[in-house]
Ligand binder design. Structure first.
Ligand code: ASP
Ligand code: MG
Length: 439
């Protein structure tokens, strides 16, 4: 069997859901299990409504109206979503009354997007002649820990999940909620924003799927953000470690934790385009056939903060780095890049507040500077370390774009070269790099 996950833009409206219906129907011989996101924008709208309510204002009905519009355009009976709408109204009223939004309540309200979309989709499929049934993932064994906002399944979730799928009626396509789970006590959780990809690989791993397909709106994973680089190309195959690196750098296609279950079970993940279903997309697997290009893709992460500490007496001092990182760790700073010289240390992190609080204390060790608005630009590829001249080509391309590099890291067994630049320079830097490395 295969798991087919459709993202928010793939199920945004009737036109898109019609495409999904055709795609699934064309693959019935592979016994598909469908995992779906909420319709595009619904999760955001639910969260915005909850925030408005927590601030003591009336969030109105706009999110319900949006969902209702999609359901009506699909021809669903009003009764299909009625119970969900009244629960959403009650919940928003409750949040407004208590005037606070805990991570637990935020997960509860966020869960409605997927719970409603799978019902609309299964209903539409069935009326369209493809018999389907909606399932909440927790009824199929997706029981998680209590980490609201980034819950993970219990280690033993797979066996109950296999049993639940085995008990399903034959010849009916299951349409399963992405993103959501429940704790053992029955409280709703979410896997984190974009968590539906992870739901799909978790289902795939439990069922030993032959493939997990992530259906999105680009031709697989691209060599760069197609929004910035029109010449960006689709990547045919990638290894798990390269993909994980890219996912981490927010290449906007895969959730960072998505690949872990697939790696554990050695299941290939294929990224496909709902708008061009015949395009082969990108296959991510343990060891694809070798290909000559040293570079796989360019990715970037914006809005990072850099902290630099300079201390001339650091020269030949023992233990300075240990003291520095002890403070950094105590303030809970997650460090991404590190560069050192004899008299200075630079780190990057996404969490400006924690960096600022660490900086206060670090001033006892040396002169400290904190700068926000930085981008980590990563060139990823598993042959980088064996390819002579790649570093020079990258630096040249950046200088041609008239962009200043503020930090630069490359490890001995690294499959990426990372640079730090200003947020405002991303487009120029990425376009120039792409031209130098791919065009
Ligand atoms: N609907 C959720 C979100 O918008 C999960 C997902 O789409 O993967 O984050
Ligand atoms: Mg997504």
């Amino acid at each position: 069997m295969i798991v087919m996950k459709f993202g928010g833009s793939s199920v945004a409206n009737r036109e898109q859901i019609e495409k999904v219906l055709t795609i699934v129907r064309d693959r019935l011989d592979r016994r598909p299990v469908v995992v779906s996101s909420a319709h595009k924008g619904i999760t955001d709208a639910l969260i915005a409504a909850a925030r408005t309510a927590a601030d003591g204002h009336n969030p109105g009905e706009s999110v319900i109206e949006r969902q209702q519009e999609i359901a009506s355009s699909l021809g669903c009976e009003p009764s299909l979503l009625m119970p969900f709408f009244s629960e959403v109204r009650d919940l928003l009223r409750g949040i407004r009354l208590v005037g606070e939004l805990s991570p637990r309540s935020l997960d509860y309200i966020s869960s409605f997007g997927e719970r409603m979309s799978v019902r609309c989709i299964a209903d539409y499929f069935t009326r369209g002649g493809l018999e389907a049934r909606a399932y909440d993932a927790w009824d199929l064994g997706l029981i998680t820990d209590e980490n609201y906002g980034r819950a993970r399944p219990r280690p033993d979730y797979a066996q109950p999940m296999r049993e639940a799928f085995a008990a399903m009626p034959q010849g009916v396509v299951p349409v399963v909620t992405g993103f959501v789970g429940k704790t053992a006590k029955g409280v709703i959780t979410t896997l984190g924003r974009n968590g539906s990809d992870l739901s799909a690989t978790l289902v795939g791993a439990a069922l030993d799927a032959e493939e997990v397909q992530i259906w999105s709106d680009t031709d697989g994973v691209m060599t760069a953000d197609p929004g910035i680089v029109p010449a960006a190309k689709s990547i045919a195959t990638m290894r798990f470690d390269e993909a994980a690196e890219l996912a981490y750098f927010g290449s906007r296609v895969l959730h960072p934790a998505t690949l872990v279950p697939a790696i554990d079970k050695n299941i290939s993940v294929r990224v496909l385009n709902t708008n061009r279903p015949d395009h082969p997309g990108t296959v991510i697997e343990a060891a694809p056939t070798p290909k000559p290009s040293p570079v796989t893709s360019i990715a970037y992460k914006e809005d990072q903060t850099v902290l630099v500490i300079t201390e001339p007496r650091m020269f030949e001092q023992v233990g300075f780095l240990a003291r520095f990182f002890e403070v950094v760790a105590r303030h809970g700073v997650v460090v991404d890049l590190v560069a050192t010289s004899e008299v200075s240390v630079s780190i990057t992190s996404h969490d400006r507040d924690r960096v600022e609080s660490a900086a206060q204390e670090l001033r006892t060790l040396g002169e400290v500077r904190v700068q926000g608005g930085k981008t980590i630009l990563a060139v990823v590829g598993r042959h980088i370390q064996h390819s002579k001249g790649i570093g020079a080509r990258i630096l040249e391309a950046i200088s041609r774009a008239d962009v200043n590099i503020q930090m630069h890291t490359f490890g001995m067994s690294s499959n990426n070269i990372s640079l730090v630049i200003d947020d405002g320079d991303i487009s120029r830097a990425v376009a120039s790099l792409h031209a130098a490395l791919f065009e």
